[in-house]
Design a protein around this ligand. Structure first.
Ligand code: CUV
Ligand code: SF4
Length: 631
């Protein structure tokens, strides 16, 4: 294990010890209290879809109960449980996207929601077939496009608009296999219906429908979330930032933003610069106001503003345990319900803001689209006025932080790689240089490494080990979510990380002046990875499945990640999962996931918990793709 990782663990250990001393409960206490986790649940063979249950069937065909009361067998039960995870994940990403589109629908010249990227607005409006997209008045066009995007959730006919970005061959596969997603809400609803008691029992059919629902996430909700956030808040560009708990500044009022939706976070960022509020902070004895990000909200904010990253999923409690966070403010997803109680062990105020994620136990200040700044200002005022309540004896901020470069949107990545060939510095150019690098073998391929932390895996260890192994073998990594934050903390998002690379990738990094691991944003921004891969496939005239590219989620935990894996597989990329989803109870379903699906989409799920072994499998996969391409 590397030094950085040892240092991580020292931080974690020290803070967990501190929590014990402070009488604060952490996820580790709760994990211990759960003792052994349920084997039936783990295998996906516990069904509680109807109230005749719960029915737990045996994992073994030779002994124990083979069927639930209705007769559902292990294959059906596992398939239905898996499908419902895809529904949960798709709902989360897509409903987030809907909020962004709503905000765009409310955008105006002088309101809080503005259009910052007119170029991108016009480009997507044209892509979606809006007439006179290049001449219409900006906000009229924004409202028209927003309305059209809202229809992507509920239109009665047709499939997702963004599917047309994909290579023809891929679109044909989706048609042929009947996994081209229709309206997002419809896909979720129809799969919930399919998996209701007494509906589908055929595991293959359920898996196919899970893929289609997940496709409505990747090429629907997530892609809309990313593109429309860019239109409103700006296309991310290369910028410097810092990450790890050390970005919490004991001398300032610290506000930790946690969750996912950039709407709230952007307003907090604006409000935190309000001179009156800064003055107020100074009156309270602080040097200023320090906004730090956690999880995907952190990613959104660092990508667009360079706001510092306090940490990833497993550090959400640790940030509060530092004793120096005045307010933890959250919107939706990945927020421990434990946080308000933990906050009470310190002076920290916990504020939830979304009616969809009202979290019991401390404050609730509703974020209102009509007047978003007032919520943000109230949050900041609460933080400022809470500064004096800090208990100095409980403050202990670990000193560790790492410099990092962030901001690799598709546009910025293309621009950066263009520098390799013609030393341009502006964000123009095409994806050709990237294709050339891969075809010439300077880069063997690319890996999208994404997803959460999970206490089943040593923190960040799988993320970092996999990334290091791959860059050593000249595989460029594009990262999002908590994987990106793991990379940031380990120093892999720095130019100096080129020293850990093979010769080809090192040279490419030097010439393009980029790190070997590129931060592409939050979880919805995995759609950026899809888009980039699509552009390369289109430029080379091949299908996505032919490219030496893979997906990986070494430490994921959320339903969103299950949906992501499913749309990445559907898009033609083998996807390496470091944690088993709840499917091991059905050999048949596992076989469909690891083999069957390959016949439909040209890609499959791969289960491998050891990151070193996963790296070996990925290298073999990539080299195999290269051989088949004859490159
Ligand atoms: Ni949306 S989904 S823990 S914050 S990556 Fe992080 Fe990313 Fe998983 Fe959540
Ligand atoms: Fe049991 Fe069937 Fe009801 Fe599931 S749907 S709880 S297996 S009876």
């Amino acid at each position: 294990m590397s030094n950085e990782l040892l240092e991580f663990d020292v931080i974690a250990e020290a803070l967990i010890e501190k929590a014990q001393k402070d009488g604060a409960e952490t996820m580790w206490d709760r994990k211990a209290a759960l003792k052994t986790q349920c084997g039936f649940g783990e295998g996906g063979i516990c069904c509680r879809i109807c109230v005749m249950g719960p029915c737990r069937v045996s994992p073994s065909p030779d002994k124990g109960a083979q069927r639930g009361i209705c007769g559902a067998d292990r294959d059906t039960i596992v398939a239905r449980n898996f499908a419902r995870m895809c529904c949960g994940g798709t709902s989360a990403h897509s409903d987030h996207a809907r909020d962004i589109v709503h905000a765009m629908y409310h955008s105006s010249e002088d309101g809080p929601f503005k259009i910052r990227e007119e170029g991108k607005l016009r480009k997507i409006a044209a892509e979606w077939g809006i007439e006179e997209a290049d001449t219409k008045e900006t906000y009229a066009l924004a409202h028209e496009l927003a309305e059209m995007a809202l229809m992507e959730f509920g239109k009665p006919f047709g499939t997702q608009n963004f599917l047309k970005r994909a290579p023809k061959s891929r679109q044909e596969i989706w048609e042929r296999e009947n996994i081209a997603p229709r309206a997002i809400d419809q896909e979720v609803v129809t799969l919930m219906h399919s998996t209701h008691m007494g509906c589908a029992s055929d595991p293959e059919s359920i898996l196919r429908r899970s893929l289609r629902t997940s496709m409505s996430d990747g090429w629907g909700g997530s892609m809309i979330g990313t593109e429309f956030s860019d239109i409103m808040y700006g296309v991310p560009k290369e910028r410097a930032s810092e990450s790890n708990l050390g970005v919490i500044d004991p001398e300032q009022v610290n506000i930790m933003l946690h969750g996912h939706d950039p709407n709230l976070a952007e307003m907090i960022a604006v409000a935190s610069k309000n001179p009156e509020l800064i003055e107020m902070a100074k009156e309270q004895g602080a040097k200023g106001i320090n906004v730090v990000g956690m999880c995907c909200t952190g990613n959104e904010m660092t990508m667009r503003h360079g706001i510092k990253i306090a940490g990833n999923f497993y550090q959400q409690e640790m940030a509060i345990i530092t004793g120096a966070v005045e307010v933890a403010v959250v919107d939706v997803q990945c927020i421990f319900p434990a946080l308000p109680k933990l906050a009470k062990s310190y002076h920290t105020r916990f504020i939830s803001t979304s009616p969809k994620a009202k979290i019991a136990g401390d404050m609730y200040i509703e974020f209102n689209e009509e007047d978003p700044l007032s919520c943000a200002e109230e949050v900041i005022k609460t933080a400022v006025m809470n500064f004096k309540n800090r208990d100095a004896s409980k403050v202990d901020v670990p000193e560790l932080k790492a410099e990092t470069i962030v901001g690799y949107s598709v546009e910025t990545t293309i621009g950066a790689l263009d520098r390799v060939v013609n030393s341009q510095t502006d964000v123009t150019g095409t994806v050709k240089p990237l294709g050339d690098l891969v075809w010439a073998g300077v880069l063997r391929g690319a890996a999208g490494i994404v997803g959460c932390n999970n206490p089943k895996v040593e923190h960040d260890y799988a993320h970092i080990t996999l990334m290091k192994e791959l860059i050593k073998n000249d595989v460029i990594c594009v990262v999002t979510g908590c994987a990106a934050q793991a990379a940031a903390k380990a120093g892999l998002l720095k130019l100096e990380a080129k020293e850990l690379c093979g010769r080809g990738l090192k040279e490419a990094c030097e010439r393009a002046n980029i790190p070997p691991v590129l931060h592409m944003g939050s979880c919805v921004d995995i759609s950026r990875i899809l888009h980039l891969v699509t552009l390369v496939a289109n430029e080379r005239g091949v299908d996505i499945a032919e490219l030496p590219v893979v997906g990986a989620a070494p430490e994921y935990m959320s339903e969103k990640a299950v949906a992501i894996a499913s749309y990445v597989v559907s898009s033609g990329l083998n996807t390496y999962l470091g944690v088993m989803p709840y499917v091991s109870g059905s050999e048949n379903f596992m076989k469909l996931m690891t083999e069957g699906v390959k016949e439909w989409t040209g890609a499959a799920y791969v289960f491998e918990s050891d990151p070193i072994k996963a790296a070996e499998l990925i290298m073999a996969d990539i080299e195999d793709k290269r051989t088949k391409l004859g490159i």
